[in-house]
Design a protein around this ligand. Structure first.
Ligand code: 5GP
Length: 116
């Protein structure tokens, strides 16, 4: 089964792709929650962080290098940004194809809302 992100990576459905190489693809989130909201996605389908293996370690590190370069291109290196990966239900993961959110361009507030 191909995820919606695999279809974007294969350019079968449209997205604003900002970076692509043989390991990862980065594109604009369809419902941005910040002026900069990019998803960095492994080209290979990995459902969640629970499914990563030691063989993925180089590619996972590469995701950070790509995130840093996109942040530079977007001019948010100095103002700051947040990298975030949701895993499963309690984190609110919606698309079961591992992805890193790159968020910036405004003050992002506390990392988590308090429950009280
Ligand atoms: P999650 O909650 O799984 O961490 O985040 C999934 C993200 O994917 C959401 O921010 C959502 O807006 C984005 N998204 C879902 N479907 C599409 C799509 O078809 N195209 C793009 N560009 N983003 C999508």
């Amino acid at each position: 089964m191909s995820t919606i992100f695999s279809k974007i990576i294969a350019r079968e459905i449209p997205a604003e792709i900002v970076y692509q190489d043989d390991q990862v693809t980065a594109f604009k989130d369809i419902h941005p929650i910040a002026p900069a909201h990019i998803l960095i996605v492994p080209n290979r389908e990995i459902a969640t962080v629970n499914d990563v293996t030691p063989e993925d370690e180089q590619m996972l590190g590469h995701m950070f290098t790509v995130a840093k370069e996109i942040a530079q291109q977007m001019g948010i290196t100095e103002s700051g940004y947040r990298l975030l990966i949701n895993c499963n239900q309690d984190a609110g993961q919606e698309v079961f194809h591992l992805h890193m959110h790159l968020l910036g361009g405004r003050k992002l507030g506390p990392m988590l809302a308090r429950q009280d």
